[in-house]
Design a protein. Structure first.
Length: 289
């Protein structure tokens, strides 16, 4: 399509087909589990899976929200699957993962937003893979502090929650979330569990200005967020928010320097960077700092 032809050169992906990747792909087939890697057709899947990093999506694949950049289906969510934490742990073990990222759709229909299932999943993974890093990328739980506490009590290695975009565009890009509420979640997390590093991501190309990106960095540092990822937004379909701009690899590199200057312990910044990209290395640097 025209859409794809207009993409700049640096967004075209070189596919490597390592044995690791093929092996994992076969293993996932037939399992009733969802990985973001596959569902979001993440461009990094070969690299990540070869490096034994994967992102599982728990709590079903139907979201109660409908953010304008997101390809996940919206509607009435499915029944909770009580075996899910154990199955994620089992798959992680079979895949030999070194870094497991667990995320979910927003489940505003559940009393705790699914926090207890996040906690159970962290514990189940620890039970089978005591040496693997466990990162959770959580929804905002509608600002419920108890829900956040439930997740933190299970001691993830990284608590990740995305602001996704700059403050001015928040309402437009992710209608049911709030920029300040996301910052508050990150701040509370450091207050409740100071030793757990927090992480947040934004995607570029939805209409933000350069200064607004820098301001977002400052806002995240002000709540002691230590890991940041910055990637290019790509429109999943014509129904989704259009791309306002493609940033160059040089601009991403410059933003990485801006982030490091501001004191983040780790900044992943690049056109194809996604929230969990190189997540394993991020744990290392967070632990060293
Ligand atoms: Fe999966 Fe995240 Fe890697 Fe993409 S960046 S392949 S979603 S682990
Ligand atoms: Fe997608 Fe998350 Fe927004 Fe749901 S809350 S639509 S999964 S970005």
């Amino acid at each position: 399509t025209h859409q794809i032809e207009r993409k700049p050169e640096w967004l075209k992906i070189k596919l490597t087909t390592g044995d690791n990747y093929k092996e994992l792909k076969n293993m996932m087939r037939g399992k009733t589990l969802h990985t973001v890697c596959e569902e979001a057709k993440c461009p990094n899947i070969h690299e990540c899976w070869a490096a034994r990093t994967a992102t599982f999506m728990i709590l079903g694949d139907i979201c109660t929200r409908a953010c304008r950049f997101c390809a996940v289906n919206t509607g009435m969510p499915t029944e909770l699957d009580l075996q899910e934490p154990e199955r994620v742990a089992e798959a992680s073990e079979q895949m030999g993962l070194r870094h497991v990222v667990v995320t979910s759709v927003a489940r505003d229909d559940l009393k705790d937003g699914g926090a207890s299932v996040f906690a159970a999943t962290i514990r189940a993974i620890r039970g089978r893979l005591p040496l693997a890093g466990v990162e959770v990328l959580i929804p905002d739980f509608q600002g419920d502090e108890e829900a956040l506490r439930t997740v933190l009590e299970a001691k993830p290695d990284i608590l990740n929650h995305n602001v996704e975009t700059v403050e001015r565009l928040s309402d437009k890009v992710r209608a049911k979330a709030k920029y300040r509420r996301s910052l508050e979640l990150l701040e509370r997390s450091k207050r409740i569990a100071p030793s757990i590093p927090t992480k947040s991501s934004i995607m570029l190309g939805v209409g933000e200005t350069w200064d607004e990106i820098l301001q977002t960095m400052d806002d995240l540092r002000a709540v002691d967020c230590s890991i940041m990822t910055i990637g290019q937004y790509l429109q999943p379909s014509l129904k989704h928010l259009p791309v306002s701009k493609y940033y160059t690899p040089e601009q991403f590199a410059e933003l990485k320097q801006e982030g490091l200057k501001r004191g983040f312990s780790h900044v992943e910044s690049g056109p194809l960077v996604r929230s969990s990209y190189h997540a394993h290395e991020q744990v290392q640097s967070a632990k060293q700092s």
